[in-house]
Structures are given as structure tokens and as C-alpha cells.
Design a protein around this ligand. Structure first.
Ligand code: ADP
Ligand code: ZN
Ligand code: ZN
Length: 643
């Protein structure tokens, strides 16, 4: 065995890097091939190691794969910090930040960057935009978290573009984080049109090789701007000077916190932008920890859309649509404008049902009803993706006809095609956009401005800028209002604001019609008021009363295994280890959907003040990421939901 002990991050459930030996010192951030158990894996050098606490014989590194580091010390440190805070395996985090070919040990590809077109927009800026741009540019070179709270259509993209140019002018790189949905291409296009500089885009629509080339371009400082989904958070950017987070309320709490952490480390400003900020960020701004910038009105000067409820008890929907909604669509089309019908449920109908004997199918692997899909004709479980044939008659009583109850986007689209037979009906959801590029192709007539009807799920709700779209129908508001999770209302109000924001962005004021069976809900005046601060205040009061975040902090211990009792029992000792600490322990109890994807799920919710919570959770370490019998236990700190 030769000379230099080296610590290496390897994939797998290890709480830190493992020690190997090398014949020469290797710089931190270089990839190496090392033996692990009976395999050989690609790891990343963390730094020099010490022999002290090692009992097993130290194995030599098999090969060093990089001459110069692929990942900078800052990114390594951030991953290590994140691993400690989230009780995650640091090796998985560090290696997970690499595009697949690099993670697999392939040689670094040639850097490839794209060139912006540099066509500055002809609008040059509203007062609010100008102020926001000045503040962000003025903050370059120092750590400052900024909440950019701008109503939909207020021109946040333009603020981004000018801020990016300010960073470029001082020789700095910008990281723009966007949600993982179909629109990433459009936003990137809009920015690329105006950008004077080089950029790259990383999202799931790009091939692994494209991502690897983009990664190298970022890492070598070749590009001025990296646009990517939250998975790009740890991509090395040697001249990082600005972080922008678009739709900051979207996506996990942890990604947002880590982005702030990265800005702190890089000593640069971070802009969290949204029309409907997460309550967490909204509170930070109230308390002065984030600087709040507002874009209070639409850049085009067009007034915000009108919002109106349709009482679905009086005007009973036929196949999901009320008369009032159909009339509104008809008038919209007559004016040569476009309408959007929003329903966050794909498929044809959520329930298949025998009117004769009451039979209804359940998924083989979940406590859930599979949805009826028309294209292709199947029963499809949206929780585990299992598909089965649609029975031709009731398997229980033999009745020849089965009812399809409720509606999904397929059914709405069918109905609308029949009702408005002359008009193109364009359905946009996960099923209609599976093929790469399908999203852009589907939207072509919409972008061309032809009168048409869009039907879709939340894929349609965000970020799009359709000039001729003036009417939005929210087909089922009850779905959002009745959600069971403590964040349901927040998510619904965010979605409603986003989807309403698609209406009337350019020349004509838009209208939004909301179908509901409970128009008397006390939340509607706040939702219709289009005053997010008032709504956020009310939601915060409720959270305070219930003891939920952001007034407290949460962690969930999740267990899953093939046997319900064993799964529940596996959490018991961990729960007891937390008792007597300065936290509240709820459970263990079966998860809201206990049987999911062939496994039984149980959970234990831990509530407390952030510091106390974290101290208490350290006691859970020995149980995590190991199988106790056949039960796997995981810890989710700052969870997105309690499922
Ligand atoms: P947001 O991201 O805030 O929803 P966008 O950046 O998409 O808003 O801008 C909304 C629309 O307003 C776009 O069509 C954009 O071209 C236009 N716009 C942006 N800034 C201005 C401005 N200063 N004057 C007029 N129109 C503008
Ligand atoms: Zn039957
Ligand atoms: Zn299922």
C-alpha cells in the first residue's frame, strides 16, 4: 500500500466519504474509480484523508479519471452541508449533480455553448421594472436574498434579462433555476432572443450528452448564463455572480433553501421570483430577512382579469362544463380569441362504476381507484402507473354497461370538440406530450393566434404568454379547496393565480370563471380579491393556529415495506428515541394512502423549532437508509407534503 490517504464520495447510503489510498495526491473534485464491496464505482475526491478512525484495510484507488477537478470545492462543501442538514447521503448528492455520462466515468466531452441573439426588447421598462433592475444590479458582489413579488404579466422575465446583462457587464455568471415542466423551452427562447452572451439550457428534455456538454461549458466558465431545473443547483460556475429562481413557490423547500445557501457561499444576490411566493419566503420578507421588491401591475398596462364564480349547484355541469362556461367560450371564439379550460386531472374519468351492483375497480398495488383512459383505452393508476385492460362488462354481476364517473382532461376535450365542432381543441397534459417536442408542436396554433380551445392540467398553468388567450375556465375548484394536506390551499391558490394569469395578457382584459359546488367557502373572497398578501396573511394565521410551517418546522420519518404491521412497528423505536426531546412526535401511523405501489407506508411526523428539531433528529441516524428486515426508513426534512 502506498502513501496518500484520500477521502472519496461514493454512491450509496454512507454518511460521509470513504478513505482510500493513492500513489500520488489527487485534487478534490476529481473523479476516481474505486472498489466498493464487490463492485467498482465512480467516486469524487473529497480531500486528503487520515488513517486514524479506520479499522478495515484501506484499498487503493483503481484509477484517476480527471486531470483537473470537475467539481469545485464550493460545490463539494455545499453538498456536504446539504447532506448534514437533510440527513441525506453526501455521495449521492454530489454525484447526483453530475450529468449521467460524467457520473458513469465517461471522459469529459467538449464544452458546447449557445450564443444569444442580442435583440433588445422594444419596450425598455416600467418604473417598477426599472427599480427592481437597479436594486438587483446594485446588489451584485454581495450576498442578498431578494423576493421579487410581481403579479402575473408584470414583466419579471424582462427584469431577469436586464439583471443577467448587469452581471455579464461585471464578468459574472448567472444561474437561472426554473421549474421542471414543459415551458422551459419557451422561457429559454425568450431570454435567448435578447441575450448578449453565451448560455446553456439543462432540463430533462435534453439528452445526457447535451447535458454533459452544457455542464462542462458551465464548469469551464465558457457561458454567461446557465438556465436549468433545480437539479442544476450544484453545477460548478467559477464566476457565479447572480442566482435567479423563477416561480420560487414551485418545487421543494429544500431546493430553494439550498439555492440561498449557494448565493451566500458565492457572495452574490439571489432573486426569488413569484406572483404567489411560498409562505416560507413571504414570511422571510415580512421579517426583513429577504428584501422585497414588488411589480404591482401588468407591464402591458392591461388590467388584471376579472374573476367570477359559477355556482355548479344551480347551473349543473354536463360532462364537466356549466352552461355559463360554454357561453363564455362561445363568445370568446366569436371574438376570434382563445379559451383555456383548466382541470388538474388527466384521463377520461377518475372512476369506473357499475350502476347495477356498485362494483368499482381498485388498483392491485394501491389504495386508489384507477382512472379510465380513452387514448389508449385502459384503467390506469396514477399512483403506481399500473395499467390494466378496461373490462367490457361488470366483472362482478355481468352487467353490460359500466359508468364512467367524473371527468378528466380527455373527457372535457371530447365534449368541447363535439360542442364546438369547427374549432381546434388542443389537449395538453402528460399523456399528450410524452413525445419529445410534442409540447411545442401542440402549442403551434395557439402561438399563431388562431381561435382555439386549450384543455389542460397544470402543465398549462405556468409561464406561458399567449397573446390571444382571454378566457380561462377553472373546471373544478372544489378539488383544490378540499385537499387534505396542510399546504393544499396554498398550492391551489398558487395554481389558480397562475392559471388566471394566462388570461388577457396583451390587448384585451381577460376573464376567469371558476366552477364550484361550494361558492360560500370563506376562502373565495380572498382568492377572488387578487391580493396575495391578504390571502397569505389569512393562510399564515391558519398555520399558526394549527402549528404547521412556516410557524414551525417539520420532518417526516417515512417507512415502507411489504407488511403493514412490520412497517408500522419499525418506526416505534425511532419515535421513542425522539420522546423527551424538545419536539412533538405525531405517530407512527399509517400514511394517508397506506398501500401504494406494492408497499405499505407508515409515517411519523416530528414538529419543532428548527434548531431543536435538528438536534432531536440526530438520534434517528442509526436507523436511516438501512433496511430493518424488509422495511426501508427514510427521513424527509422540511417535507413538501405529508403523503
Ligand atoms: P411575468 O413573467 O411577470 O408573468 P412576462 O415577463 O411574461 O411576465 O411579461 C408579460 C408580458 O408583458 C410579455 O408579453 C412581455 O413581453 C410584456 N412586457 C414586459 N415588459 C414590458 C414593458 N415594460 N412594457 C410593455 N410590455 C412589457
Ligand atoms: Zn355490476
Ligand atoms: Zn396503483
Amino acid at each position: 500500500m502506498t502513501g496518500f490517504f484520500t477521502q472519496v464520495f461514493v454512491p450509496g447510503p454512507f454518511s460521509g466519504p470513504l478513505t482510500y489510498s493513492a500513489s500520488t495526491p489527487i485534487e478534490p473534485g476529481c473523479r476516481v474509480r474505486v472498489p466498493l464491496g464487490h463492485r467498482s464505482v465512480v467516486g469524487l475526491v473529497a480531500g486528503p484523508g487520515e488513517l486514524s478512525d479506520h479499522h478495515e484495510p484501506i484499498k487503493p484507488i483503481e484509477a484517476c479519471l480527471d486531470e483537473t477537478p470537475l467539481v469545485d470545492p464550493g460545490s463539494l462543501a455545499l453538498a456536504a452541508f446539504a447532506a448534514r442538514y437533510y440527513f441525506a447521503a453526501p455521495g449521492d448528492l454530489v454525484l447526483g449533480g453530475l450529468p449521467k455520462p460524467l457520473r458513469e466515468g465517461k471522459p469529459t466531452p467538449k464544452a458546447v455553448s449557445l450564443e444569444g441573439h442580442g435583440q433588445r426588447s422594444q419596450f425598455s421598462r416600467t418604473q417598477a421594472q426599472g427599480d427592481a433592475i437597479d436594486t438587483i444590479s446594485g446588489a451584485l458582489g454581495q450576498f442578498r436574498p431578494i423576493l421579487l413579488q410581481g403579479v402575473t404579466g408584470s414583466g419579471k422575465t424582462q427584469v431577469f434579462i436586464d439583471a443577467i446583462h448587469a452581471a455579464i457587464a461585471t464578468g459574472q455568471q448567472t444561474l437561472l433555476l426554473i421549474p421542471e415542466i414543459g415551458l422551459t423551452g419557451r422561457l429559454a427562447e425568450r431570454i435567448a432572443e435578447q441575450l448578449s452572451g453565451r448560455y446553456q439550457v439543462m432540463h430533462s428534455g435534453r439528452t445526457p450528452l447535451e447535458r454533459a456538454r452544457a455542464f462542462i461549458a458551465a464548469q469551464q466558465g465558457e457561458i454567461d448564463l446557465l438556465i436549468g431545473t433545480r437539479s442544476c443547483l450544484l453545477t460548478p460556475l467559477p464566476r457565479l455572480g447572480l442566482i435567479l429562481v423563477d416561480e420560487e413557490h414551485d418545487g421543494s423547500y429544500s431546493a430553494r433553501d439550498l439555492a440561498v445557501m449557494r448565493a451566500k457561499q458565492a457572495n452574490c444576490p439571489i432573486v426569488l421570483a413569484s406572483a404567489t411566493p411560498s409562505l416560507e419566503s413571504w414570511v422571510q420578507a415580512n421579517q426583513g430577512r429577504y428584501q422585497r421588491l414588488r411589480l404591482p401591475s401588468r407591464a402591458s398596462g392591461i388590467e388584471a382579469p376579472t374573476l367570477r364564480l359559477i355556482d355548479a349547484r344551480a347551473d349543473r355541469p354536463k360532462d364537466g362544463l356549466t352552461q355559463a362556461a360554454l357561453h363564455a367560450i362561445e363568445h370568446t371564439l366569436q371574438r376570434q380569441e382563445q379559451a383555456l379550460v383548466f382541470l388538474n386531472r388527466r384521463g377520461y374519468a377518475p372512476v369506473l362504476y357499475c350502476g347495477e351492483c356498485g362494483w368499482s375497480p381498485t388498483c392491485r398495488h394501491c389504495d386508489a381507484k384507477p382512472s379510465v383512459h380513452q387514448h389508449p383505452r385502459t384503467l390506469w393508476c396514477h399512483h403506481c402507473d399500473t395499467r390494466q385492460a378496461l373490462p367490457p362488462h361488470c366483472p362482478n354481476c355481468g352487467h353490460p354497461e359500466l359508468l364512467r364517473l367524473g371527468e378528466g382532461t380527455e373527457r372535457l376535450a371530447d365534449q368541447l370538440s363535439q360542442h364546438f365542432s369547427e374549432t381546434p381543441v388542443i389537449r395538453v397534459d402528460r399523456d399528450s406530450t410524452v413525445r419529445k417536442r410534442a409540447f411545442e408542436a401542440l402549442l403551434a396554433p395557439v402561438l399563431a393566434g388562431e381561435p382555439c380551445i386549450l384543455v389542460g392540467t397544470q402543465m398549462l398553468a405556468k409561464g406561458h404568454d399567449f397573446d390571444r388567450l382571454t378566457t380561462v375556465i377553472v373546471a373544478d375548484a372544489d378539488q383544490g379547496l378540499l385537499g387534505t394536506d396542510f399546504r393544499s390551499l396554498e398550492h391551489f391558490s398558487q395554481l389558480l393565480t397562475q392559471v388566471a394569469g394566462r388570461a388577457g395578457r396583451r390587448d384585451v382584459r381577460g376573464q376567469v370563471l371558476i366552477q364550484t359546488h361550494r361558492p360560500e367557502s370563506p376562502w373565495f373572497p380572498l382568492l377572488l380579491g387578487q391580493d396575495y398578501d391578504a390571502l397569505a396573511r389569512a393562510m399564515l394565521t391558519e398555520r399558526q393556529q394549527m402549528g404547521w410551517p412556516p410557524t414551525t418546522h417539520l420532518a417526516v420519518l417515512r417507512a415502507r415495506g411489504p407488511d403493514p404491521n412490520a412497517t408500522l412497528a419499525a418506526l416505534a423505536p425511532i419515535a421513542s428515541s425522539l420522546k423527551g426531546q424538545d419536539v412533538q412526535v405525531l405517530g407512527p401511523a399509517p400514511a394517508p394512502m397506506e398501500r401504494r405501489n406494492r408497499q405499505y407506508h407508515a409515517q411519523c411526523v416530528v414538529v419543532g423549532e428548527r434548531g431543536a428539531l435538528h438536534r432531536a433528529l440526530r438520534a434517528t441516524g442509526p436507523w436511516l437508509y438501512r433496511r430493518a428486515g424488509k422495511v426501508l426508513i427514510q427521513l424527509d426534512v422540511d417535507p413538501w407534503d405529508l403523503w
